[in-house]
Design a protein around this ligand. Sequence first.
Ligand code: CTP
Length: 401
Amino acid sequence: MSLAGKQVVLGVTGGIAVYKAVDIVSRLRKMGAIVHVIMTESAARFVTPLTFQEMSANPVVVSMWGEMKQWNVEHIALATMADVFLVAPATANIIGKIANGIADDMLSTTVMATKAPVIFAPAMNTQMYCNPIVQKNIQELTLLGYQFIEPARGLLACGTEGVGRLPDPCDIVNFVVDHVAAENDFAGKNLLVTAGGTREAIDPVRYIGNRSSGKMGYAIAAQAARRGAKVILVSGATGLSHPPNVTVVKVESAAEMREEVLKNFFSCDIVVKAAAVADYRPEVAEMQKIKKNDDTLILKLTKNPDILRELGQIKERQLLVGFAAETQNVVNYAKKKLNEKNLDMIVANDVTAPGAGFNVDTNIAKLLFRDGKIVDLPQMPKEKLACCILDYIRELVTNRT
Ligand code: CTP
């Protein structure tokens, strides 16, 4: 695998690890990439732009206001030209800026303007890396489809020991190579993803809901779009931002979700139903707010349609992936759902296990297949699980053709 002919834009921000970025440039070029370097002013204090210019054989941009050397469309040129964007080392500052939409220098402006996949390799002091603000920024960007290379552990320049070291340049370049290889492996595929919980109206003020955050489905939609799929995300209520290059259709109730899913089903190749659909809804949604009168209030519930089961009955060439949120007998219940709903794969998890289920950023899943195969995955961030799920879906698609 190589990067032959790929335009790689390397953003270098100010930290002691800047010197390692010189090696990254060299390795990227050895893999066949054409490398363009953008440095922040502080990065240029650690290593001179001239070093990067010599290593990349291309002019290095530091300031927005300097004389342009080669590009005719000024700031946006590198953003458009990039096949992949790597920021290494990435400081807390650049991560915070991008997460908050701040574009006040050449690097942040170009990252914000690019449609290319962006990979950050954070490197900073352990306390800084573990700071909840930095972690929140990383999570938000990850959910939007930005990639992060986990920093390494070890002795840091500040004398402390812990997580925060820039990984070995060789590992960073391998990550970029793998990433580029995964790019476009869903090109030409139409994916329908559902996410989040439904809300079933009791009256104009209240509803029956559930604890789903929507993170799993959003991560799958973001990663699939990054890998070249045309993605429609039918989403229940969530507080999440729309992933880039994904068509988002917002719905409230199971009935609305069913309608949108059926509308798009036959133009889809793959359906991933990560939504937590309410199994029951109030038989009557009152037109006026229910007043508190009696000591008890009985709500009569009626069954909602099982959207996934319906898809399993009408499916033609579509590959169907369901989720099973369980609190006990995970494998048995998931197997039953896989067979009864006529699915190709089911992602099962025990939502009561620590580090899994609703409203946490990690999950522990088992993947079950029609041939009886079960893949036991360890605890991992939902974004990583999204990538794993897509890898197995791609395998199923490939085996079919
Ligand atoms: N699902 C659906 N429509 C429903 C209920 C569930 O499409 N009315 C889908 C979910 O999106 C998920 C799968 O079916 O992909 C399994 O959902 P889950 O809530 O785990 O199971 P249920 O089939 O609802 O069964 P139970 O609640 O009894 O476990």
